[in-house]
Design a protein around this ligand. Sequence first.
Ligand code: COA
Length: 184
Amino acid sequence: MTRTAAIELGDCTHHNLKQLKKINSVVFPVSYNDRFYLDVLESGELCKLAFYNDIVVGAVCCRIDTLGHQRRLYIMTLGCLSPYRRLGIGTVMLNHILNYVENDGNFDNIFLHVQLNNEGAIAFYKKFGFEVVDKKQNYYKRIEPADAYVLQKNLKNIPEGTTSAIIQQNGTTMNGTSSSIDSN
Ligand SMILES: CC(C)(COP(=O)(O)OP(=O)(O)OC[C@H]1O[C@@H](n2cnc3c(N)ncnc32)[C@H](O)[C@@H]1OP(=O)(O)O)[C@@H](O)C(=O)NCCC(=O)NCCS
């Protein structure tokens, strides 16, 4: 008997929060604090667990961010366990988030940080139209390389010349997202 594998997304709740913590601790070299997980419980469609044949194998967590007049979606974490990669699970999670911002209709862009050497993730995001727009030196603490790329996908047409201004502004006023992030 052959059976097609099912990839599904489910809500993050008090009941499965430990599974989300476990996934994030295995997939990311960075640890997330209690505040992060409390916020997740209030995030609705912006935080989802990914199931592969009913097993939790991945998760995505995002938050809404502002920069000047821009309304942005920040992907804090999006990942799946390594044995389950290249099966389309990341695509299902990212498409969920892209559908969310499209249905909302009021986001200027969607962005995230990746470690400089994370070639797989960079290739993954580029496939969906993300571009490297900035490089943050010493973004990560206690992991190497410490620098991060900012990957961004614009959702609205930006007048020419504005992007560089945004990048310069990013260095100082990104609601905390430009500051260094702690690692395990
Ligand atoms: C990045 C990540 C989420 C991708 O998830 P995934 O489930 O493997 O992705 P998909 O199977 O949906 O891949 C879709 C496409 O992205 C590209 N891609 C994904 N991983 C890639 C890799 N390691 N190298 C090159 N291209 C890659 C491919 O084009 C792939 O299509 P294909 O398999 O048909 O060639 C996963 O590698 C991961 O969890 N990495 C660790 C966490 C992380 O670094 N997250 C990014 C920061 S938030």
